[in-house]
Design a protein around this ligand. Structure first.
Ligand SMILES: NC(=O)c1ccc[n+]([C@@H]2O[C@H](COP(=O)([O-])OP(=O)(O)OC[C@H]3O[C@@H](n4cnc5c(N)ncnc54)[C@H](O)[C@@H]3O)[C@@H](O)[C@H]2O)c1
Length: 302
């Protein structure tokens, strides 16, 4: 089995690469290193350093599975450069889908979507049927790209599954050289701040609540989405519990300060994960305490 992983040098994509290789897949990665890093390379994968939107069919050939994670994935930067984000998040996705519309081989196209599409949801835990109410260009773009995957997939016989991640965290979430690192997972930021003897920075009053799902569980969700016989559907990928940012900070037993609130971000994210549990048999296995510990464990061996 061979797989193409876009964004495979980023946080989540690199864990998807590792998971696939551990399950005997041959993996090719496309990444332009805009937010990713070569430090996340897996020595058994092939790498093409290019923009997804510029790749030609001859350069990559055909695949059994495509995992599309490449994106400019941060809410606040998408307000300052919406056009650049539209290109990376939407146009690149359309072009990638075009590359596979004649494929006789492709078994599944798995798209990394976002729970940001729900905005401030009226219903929590939030099911996939909740109203779409994006609060930022990023949220809108991820929803648009998801719908392109489903609509063009249906028309062009590309079996698509989209995974709406809630708040991903785990090793590699904080890349010190990433220009957007202030907007990456708060758990990775807190871990980095504590290791550097800095105070933890809590945005707003810290009472905003988030559903944190560990990146290893997300990699497994990608694997199950690809290998199940089901397609043309979307799933929430969260833990199904939420914690306030203040509660998370307290778990670090380290001094903290408050910094200004950011506009355009949800007050609460909490996934209803009954659909993915029932249909794909996916269950998140790593709880928050284990997940926080996973940063230190990873650093010990890397
Ligand atoms: N991290 C989260 O909490 C979260 C939540 C919901 C959805 N997602 C989605 O998951 C995916 C991965 O997010 P992440 O947190 O790992 O981000 P990341 O920034 O760590 O990884 C993105 C990767 O894509 C690459 N990339 C970006 N634009 C590219 C392009 N045009 N061509 C080639 N490569 C490109 C970057 O260099 C990087 O390696 C994204 O699609 C994101 O929208 C993430």
């Amino acid at each position: 089995m061979n797989a193409l992983v876009t964004g495979g040098l980023g946080f989540i994509g690199s864990h998807v690469v590792d998971f696939l290789i551990a399950n005997s897949f041959d993996v090719t990665v496309i990444d332009n290193l805009s937010t990713g890093t070569k430090a996340n390379k897996n020595s058994r994968a092939e790498y093409i350093f290019k923009n997804v939107e510029d790749v030609t069919p001859n350069e990559i050939g055909d695949f059994d599975y495509v995992f599309h994670l490449a994106a400019l994935p941060r809410i606040q930067p998408s307000f300052t450069a919406p056009e650049e984000h539209e290109f990376a998040n939407v146009i690149a996705t359309i072009r990638l889908l075009e590359l596979f519309k004649e494929s006789k081989r492709l078994k599944k196209f798995v798209y990394s979507a976002s729970s940001a599409c729900y905005g401030n949801p009226a219903i929590t835990p939030t099911p996939e049927t909740e109203q779409i109410a994006p609060l930022s260009p990023y949220a809108l773009q991820k929803y648009a790209a998801e719908q392109y995957c489903l609509i063009l997939g249906e028309r062009n016989q590309i079996p698509v599954v989209t995974l709406r991640y809630f708040n991903a965290y785990g090793p590699r979430s904080f890349n010190p050289n990433n220009k957007f690192n202030a907007y990456t997972s708060v758990i990775g930021i807190f871990h980095h701040q504590k290791m550097n003897g800095e105070k933890l920075t809590i945005t707003g009053n810290g009472l905003q609540e988030r559903d944190f799902v560990h990146v290893k569980d997300i990699a497994n969700a990608n694997f199950l989405a690809a290998t199940s016989g089901l397609s043309n559907r979307m799933y929430n990928v969260g833990f199904g519990k939420c914690f306030s940012i203040l509660d998370i900070a307290k778990k670090f037993n380290h001094p903290y300060i408050f910094i200004p609130e950011r506009k355009g971000e949800a007050k609460i994210t909490l996934a209803d994960i009954s659909k993915i549990k029932t249909e794909l048999g996916w269950i998140p296995e790593i709880n928050l305490e284990e997940g926080i510990q996973s940063y230190a464990d990873y650093e010990k061996v890397n």
